[in-house]
Write a protein that binds this ligand. Structure first.
Ligand SMILES: CC(C)(COP(=O)(O)OP(=O)(O)OC[C@H]1O[C@@H](n2cnc3c(N)ncnc32)[C@H](O)[C@@H]1OP(=O)(O)O)[C@@H](O)C(=O)NCCC(=O)NCCS
Length: 169
């Protein structure tokens, strides 16, 4: 049975391998490492089955920059990967739902993501809600899920991801 737990250092090599395989690219592997080195990570979780790490998700710290240049922290779903041979088995769902529950338990009011417009709405992510904020990736792929009452009243402005994400432009 698949279980979800916090990632530890010993998982890093296998996380790199499965990220490389899921995205078929090196950029996302480097992104994960840069986020770790930059202290941008709020939570890093892995999905494990019989001792094998099959999936990985990172939630990271972003900010809302207001018109007055004030900054408010927000949570972001950074990157999620599932081993190719185990996709569509519910591992992504388990990682994301566990991560969102953790964010909620830690008092986060809203989580943003930039990703597949057909995948994230099943977890409550909503492009219409995210539309209240600006973002470099505004549009159908930019979504927000409310975790607390009044999430839509969170300070308005630009949602900024950690700097390494902007290398993907
Ligand atoms: C996207 C990803 C994390 C989903 O994880 P998963 O464990 O395969 O997904 P789940 O088993 O939880 O959910 C399966 C469902 O997601 C859908 N799905 C998977 N990838 C999708 C995508 N790229 N776009 C839309 N839907 C997708 C499947 O069609 C399936 O739908 P169904 O339940 O209606 O049949 C995984 O496929 C993956 O690692 N992909 C490559 C890396 C990637 O794109 N990461 C996300 C970046 S935003």
């Amino acid at each position: 049975m698949v279980s979800i737990r916090l990632a530890v250092k010993a998982d890093y090599p296998v996380i790199a391998t499965l990220t490389r395989e899921a995205f078929e690219a090196e950029e996302e592997v480097a992104l994960v490492e840069t986020l770790r080195n930059g202290n941008d990570i709020l939570a890093e979780l892995v999905a494990e089955n019989d001792g094998a790490v099959l999936g990985h998700v990172i939630f990271c710290r972003g900010e809302v920059k207001t018109e007055n240049a004030e900054s408010y922290p927000v949570a972001l779903l950074g990157i999620v990967s599932v081993a190719k041979a185990h996709q569509r088995e519910g591992i992504g769902k388990a990682l994301i739902e566990t991560g969102l529950a953790l964010m909620k338990a830690r008092g986060e009011g809203v989580v943003f993501v930039v990703g597949h417009a057909d995948y994230y709405p099943r977890f409550g992510f909503d492009a219409e809600l995210a539309d209240r904020w600006s973002c470099r990736w505004a549009g159908p792929h930019f979504m927000a899920v409310p975790l607390a009452i009044g999430a839509e009243d969170w300070p308005q402005g630009e949602v900024r991801f950690p700097d390494p994400f902007y290398l993907f432009d």
